[in-house]
Design a protein around this ligand. Structure first.
Ligand code: ADP
Ligand code: MG
Length: 348
């Protein structure tokens, strides 16, 4: 077979790790990103810099690739569906459109008889008054949020009235779950209807940002099985091709809820690079490029720590790691508070 060139939209650390995985499989990559300093340009074969609605740049990108995937979900639907007319986009743009919108996403999940947090659409301040049932809760923008951005914890309806936000942008109010734990499932669906699914990963967030992930997750058997079944059902219903992540909440009564779906490789799956024979990134590339599926094998238990902001400096200065520690520096130009700068995975 002639060599495949994969286009990747988005040039952050997920794009970098996809490009690294592709290289191992002898697949070339072209990264398209609106950030001139995108870290993935250090790992791909070609880099195109342009805004996600710049037609000229998009065609420059498309001329170099056989198919296109993406590393983040906030890409305009028009861009992805426009691209799909020329080169296949996987996962499908319609999947991305659904999941971009927290309300549509949660409606979709509930239709599958899968539990989510209780939620209600909010589009003007006065709506809030009748919403005591959803409080305490978290008000979230329906689109464009990540790492807790665009989220406001709300204890009483008074608090919401004092928020200086533009409700016409679309918000959702979610009842706060009394969390015992958070887990995620990473699953790769291949176009022939087959799957590779990783075991549940236990995640710890600080200030709504992922801080640690580890396997095995300390959960009971029912949650272990239910989380996998729900992730399979979601991937199946979406006729998904590629790697997908489902984030879950577990409450203090051991009820499982889907928090959200990420139609892409995911931060909580970084440990799959070292802890499994095939990483989430390699599986994604294999699935979208139609390569052979390899049965997953776990190599080791593991823990991953995200290095945020200037936490990276200490690790950059370390000369030596032991042979169970794997340090990844995302090579981002500027250190910013709470910015994901790198991670370290330790095999346990
Ligand atoms: P993002 O798109 O920013 O990842 P999430 O909805 O996943 O947004 O929220 C980020 C984190 O905030 C979650 O992983 C969880 O720790 C906390 N959180 C969000 N919504 C709720 C909720 N309804 N109940 C309890 N915790 C929540
Ligand atoms: Mg999340």
């Amino acid at each position: 077979m002639s060599q495949i060139t994969l286009g990747i939209i988005g040039g952050g650390q997920l794009g970098s790790m996809l490009a690294i995985a592709a290289k191992k499989l002898n697949i070339k990559t072209v990264v398209f990103c609106d950030d001139i300093d995108a870290p993935a340009q250090n790992f791909c074969n070609q880099f195109v810099n342009g805004n996600y609605d710049n037609k000229e740049k998009i065609s420059e990108f498309l001329n170099q690739v056989d198919l296109v995937t993406f590393e983040f979900e906030n890409i305009p639907f028009e861009t992805l569906s426009g691209i799909n007319k020329f080169k296949p986009v996987l996962p499908k743009p319609s999947v991305n459109r659904l999941i971009q919108h927290r309300l549509a996403e949660k409606d979709f999940i509930n239709k599958l008889n899968i539990r989510t947090t209780r939620y209600v659409a909010i589009d003007k301040k006065s709506d809030i008054d009748a919403l005591e049932d959803f409080l305490p809760g978290i008000l979230k923008t329906t689109t464009l949020g990540y790492d807790g951005k665009g989220q406001y914890p709300i204890k009483s309806s008074d608090e919401i009235n004092s928020l200086n936000i533009d409700f016409s942008k679309g918000y959702i109010l979610e009842k706060l779950v009394k969390l015992k734990k958070e887990i995620s499932i990473i699953i790769t669906r291949f176009s022939n209807n087959k799957y590779e699914i990783y075991e549940p990963i236990e995640n710890t967030h600080e200030d709504q940002i992922l801080k640690y992930s580890k396997i095995p997750a300390e959960i009971n058997e029912k949650i272990f099985n239910q989380s996998k079944d729900w992730a399979m059902l979601i991937a199946e219903e979406l006729k998904y091709v590629g790697t997908l992540c489902v984030e879950f909440f577990i409450d203090r009564n051991d009820n499982l809820y889907v928090n959200e779906i990420a139609p892409r490789v995911h931060n909580s799956g970084h440990l799959t690079i070292n802890a499994f024979n095939v990483s989430q990134f390699e599986n994604h590339v294999r699935a979208v490029c139609g390569l052979e599926q390899i049965p997953l094998k776990k190599i080791s238990n593991a823990k991953m720590i995200n290095l945020l902001g200037d936490q990276i400096t200490h690790y950059r200065n370390l000369q030596k790691f032991n042979d169970k520690e794997f340090f990844f520096d995302y090579l981002k130009k500027d250190i910013k508070e709470n910015r994901k700068m790198g991670h370290i995975t330790t095999l346990l």
